[in-house]
Design a protein around this ligand. Structure first.
Ligand code: PLP
Length: 451
């Protein structure tokens, strides 16, 4: 490995980083992370902090999960790769299919289709949704519905159902036939409604109206995150998801839950669908399936999909990735699933999630920059920062950056996305670590308020 001067000199110059401008990376070179242990990361200058981002919502078991590392190494030794395209499979992925079917049985999931990550998983669900309707003689059902503020990855299909202009406008025109429903976002919504239950009703009415306007027989699927993540951690009222499912069922529209963040325990339940008591037709999963140690994803498929595809000899799946069912990814996922269940991570996610959420509410009482605090369902928490509480003016990028940087210097890596400060640490976080994150945020907010 080259020395640190070399690395710093070339940092941000020779690669384009996702979700930022090349100029930004050149002017403000990214932090160079060189090591990680437990829930902590260390940068090139030896500064160690708690990773309150959890990698990118994916390192649920922390950075020292030895069974997963061992499983990867062992699988590399025996079978580093083989394809699962027509005619071949591998032992690890067969076992994983079995384990996933058991794990997601309470969600009504019966089969798995493997991918290389979250965007691939989303794309797979959209494609299979269209094919499902074609197989059933309803070829006119091609449109997709989703929520504003939703995030569904960056492929063209996923970007088309994304509900945030930042991920769309530079890449338009996107897929035709994608329509967005207002999100149950209590802090800001077009109805001026601050009661979560009434807001859920208004969003559901908007969904019904859009279906009536488009014509139900033109709509393939509704895709939504059980709790909106990248859009700023927006949990809907408990009545929302079950009512979406009822509406979709009534209109013959498939329901896809995008569980790239919410599956495998992050919400304090084993899946987002289970958190709300719904049974979708498909679930897109990725991220924590391999704890971030290997790029991998799984789409889980429910009974309707099984019937449409398995009862029809002509139902050929013209879709798949070179790395679908990669044996090393499958071995990593098997070890993660075992470890996730052995540690029963949902209990700690719920307890530490409550601690962080309540701690952020305490910060709101202290700091005028905290406009809204959202969370309360496992380790998904956000603070929405404002420069003025009365007008809810989003905090400027400069002061948001100060909050992030001072928090980092004070011991916690936190993620700032627009005015949102997002906390998604590993599910094995300790009580002391959670307190340390809150103290670092306190320092960051204090510093930004002094500017
Ligand atoms: N869907 C959701 C809900 C996500 O949060 C993400 C990534 O954050 C994706 C899809 C895309 O996943 P990936 O970045 O692995 O392609």
């Amino acid at each position: 490995m080259k020395d640190s001067n070399f690395l710093k000199e070339h940092n941000g110059r020779l690669m384009w980083h996702p979700m930022t401008s090349p100029q930004d990376s050149q002017h403000t070179p990214p932090k160079i992370i060189t090591a990680a242990q437990g829930v902590r990361i260390t940068d090139i200058d030896g500064h160690e902090v708690i990773d309150a981002v959890g990698g990118l919502w994916n390192v649920n078991l922390g950075y020292s999960c030895q069974p997963v590392k061992d499983a990867i190494a062992a699988q590399l030794d025996v079978l580093p790769y083989y394809s699962t395209f027509r005619g071949t499979s591998n032992d690890a992925v067969i076992e994983l299919s079995y384990e996933l079917q058991q794990f997601f049985a309470p969600d009504g999931m019966r089969r798995a289709f493997f991918t290389s990550g979250g965007s691939d998983s989303v794309e797979t669900t959209l494609r299979l949704a269209r094919q499902y309707h074609k197989l059933r003689g309803e070829a006119g059902r091609t449109k997709f519905l989703s929520l504003k503020k939703g995030y569904h990855g960056t492929h063209i299909g996923g970007a088309s159902v994304n509900g945030n202009a930042n991920f769309r406008s530079a890449y338009e025109p996107l897929l035709p036939g994608c329509f967005h429903i207002p999100a149950p976002y209590t802090y800001r919504n077009p109805f001026g409604e601050s009661d979560p239950e009434r807001l859920a009703q208004l969003c559901l009415q908007a969904l019904e109206d859009e279906i009536a306007f488009q014509g139900a027989n033109t709509i393939a699927a509704m895709i939504m995150e059980p709790i909106l993540g990248a859009g700023g951690v927006i949990p809907p009222h408990a009545s929302f998801a079950p009512a979406v499912q009822e509406i979709c069922n009534r209109h013959g529209i498939l329901l896809i839950t995008d569980e790239v963040i919410t599956a495998y325990g992050r919400t304090g339940a084993w899946s987002g669908a289970r958190l709300w008591g719904v049974q979708p037709d498909m679930m897109a999963t990725a991220k924590a399936i391999t704890n971030g140690y290997f790029p991998f994803g799984a789409v889980m498929l429910g009974e309707r999909m099984v019937e449409a595809f398995e009862d029809n000899p002509a139902a050929k799946i013209g879709h798949g990735y070179t790395y679908s069912g990669h044996p090393v990814g499958a071995a990593a996922a098997l070890a993660c699933l075992a470890e996730t269940q052995r540690l029963n991570v949902i209990e700690n996610a719920a307890a530490r999630g409550t601690q962080l959420y309540e701690g952020c509410l305490a910060l709101q009482r202290k700091h005028p920059l905290v406009g809204d605090v959202r969370g309360g369902h496992g380790l998904m928490t956000a603070i929405e920062m404002v420069s003025d509480r009365a007008t809810k003016t989003p905090l400027d990028a400069k002061r948001a950056g100060i909050v992030q940087e001072v928090a980092y210097q004070s011991g916690a890596m936190v993620r700032v996305s627009g005015p949102n400060l997002i906390l998604s640490p590993a599910l094995i976080l300790s009580e002391a670590d959670a307190s340390a994150i809150l103290a670092a945020l306190d320092a960051g907010l204090t510093a930004a308020e002094a500017v």
